[in-house]
Design a protein around this ligand. Structure first.
Ligand code: NIG
Ligand code: FE
Length: 398
């Protein structure tokens, strides 16, 4: 099997072997194939063997967009939204991201680490085999660096690969509401140099949105990030057509994420680029926003991934099984397309395509073993049921 980023019709291409064998050596996949072609040297009493008995074996989910580190949940805003307030209205009255920043700055690094570690363990049990985590709830030099240090410690301790994104430009803190350049300078001259020196991030992210960061501000911040080796991944076109998609493409971003609001021009530019469009359907669901136009994006030839956006404000769940189901139910993606978007294309969206994202010789054995299912389509179809029987990480059952 070739390792390629899947676009257009290729996204539905998910080869399946019925009655298969899979060989794992140490933490890697070393061979696989149909049982009728099992090489005789694999039949050896000294080699431990596991009969998966009717399970489907899938590559682990790759969650390429999360805000896993946060200090407190925000269910009071959830009720505000039920009572009619919008995400933007809650943000404008100091709720939302600013509220998360307030609680995060008042929470110790140890406590932040502990709660994020518990969330990470839950996600691994739900089949996530690699994860990207953003800062962005600090919005002060100390708060942002604290978040990135927590992510770094998670990277050291976690059995699954973690990538870190610096999202200092998540929203303007109150003190800089009328002094945007002051905050941008803080990011450029106080935060980025320490991030570079301590190697605290892989990516730079900006929330490019009306009322948050303009296109010009996004470009300035990302250029400064690129100068220290960070690759852009942008929050784009979530609440409105913000120009974030085109800005991301101009910057050579690895991905532009959200894409609830897309027009023909943005779809065409994305299709002609090497930038991946990462769709976050649970955020659209939770905020009652229009769903991402996955079919138009696929038909136009865009490379798309799907991710959870796990965060306390717009997607308080990191369950990738739900994301895959919702992508089929609401975004009208085929089961094969959703699975590919949550595995191989998502691996590309966090630079892990040579290590993870598919069952291929030499890739890490991070795998999902399902309970017996009647077909692949049954997995997204039976939304809400936990069909995961076992999870394997680095070649070992968890
Ligand atoms: O990806 N839109 C920006 N950031 C997050 C939400 C953050 C929050 O509300 O705390 C998102 O949806
Ligand atoms: Fe996000």
């Amino acid at each position: 099997m070739e390792n390629v980023l899947l676009r257009g019709e290729l996204l539905a291409d998910l080869p399946l072997i019925v009655n298969a064998f899979l060989v794992i050596e140490d933490d890697l996949i070393s061979d696989y194939g149909s049982m009728d072609q099992l090489p005789s040297n694999y039949i050896d009493d000294h080699i431990p063997c596991y009969d998966a008995k009717g399970a489907s074996v899938l590559p682990s989910w790759i969650d390429s967009h999360t805000h896993l580190v946060f200090a407190a949940s925000r269910e009071s805003e959830f009720v505000d939204k039920i009572n009619g307030l919008t995400y933007a209205e809650i943000a404008a009255k100091g709720g939302g991201i600013l509220h998360s920043a307030y609680t995060l700055n008042n929470t110790s690094e140890e406590v932040l680490y502990e709660s994020a570690w518990i969330r990470l363990q839950e996600l691994i049990r739900l089949g996530t085999g690699a994860i990207e985590i953003k800062s962005g709830y600090g919005l002060t030099v100390e708060g942002e660096l604290k978040m990135l240090r927590v992510i770094k410690q998670l990277q050291r301790d976690s059995p699954i690969p973690i990538k870190a994104s610096f999202l200092g430009a998540h929203t303007y803190p109150m003190a800089y509401k009328n002094n945007h350049q002051g905050y941008i300078d803080l990011i450029k001259h106080e935060m980025l140099p320490i991030i570079a020196q301590d190697n605290l991030a892989d990516y730079i992210d900006v929330f490019c949105e009306e009322g948050f960061f303009s296109v010009a501000e996004t470009l300035e911040i990302c250029q400064a990030g690129k100068a220290i080796g960070l690759v852009p991944k942008i929050h784009a076109n979530q609440l409105s057509i913000s120009g974030g998609v085109e800005a991301g493409i101009e910057l050579g971003a690895l991905s532009v994420d959200h894409l609830e609001s897309m027009d023909h021009k943005a779809i065409k530019s994305l299709a002609a680029s090497n930038t991946i469009g990462t769709l976050l359907p649970t955020a659209a669901y939770f905020l009652r926003m229009p769903y991402q136009p996955a079919r138009e994006l696929i038909n136009a030839g865009c490379a798309i991934a799907i991710a959870s956006d796990y965060n306390p404000g717009s997607s308080p769940s990191g369950n990738m099984n739900t994301v895959v189901s919702m992508s089929c139910i609401q975004l009208k993606m085929l089961p094969e397309e959703a699975i590919n978007a949550a595995t191989i294309n998502a691996a590309y969206a966090m630079g892990l395509e040579t290590k993870l994202g598919s069952i291929m010789k030499g890739k890490l054995a991070n795998l999902i073993f399902t309970k017996p299912v009647s077909s692949l389509a049954y997995i997204p179809y039976s939304f809400g049921s936990n069909l995961i029987d076992k999870v394997m990480i680095n070649g070992a059952f968890q």
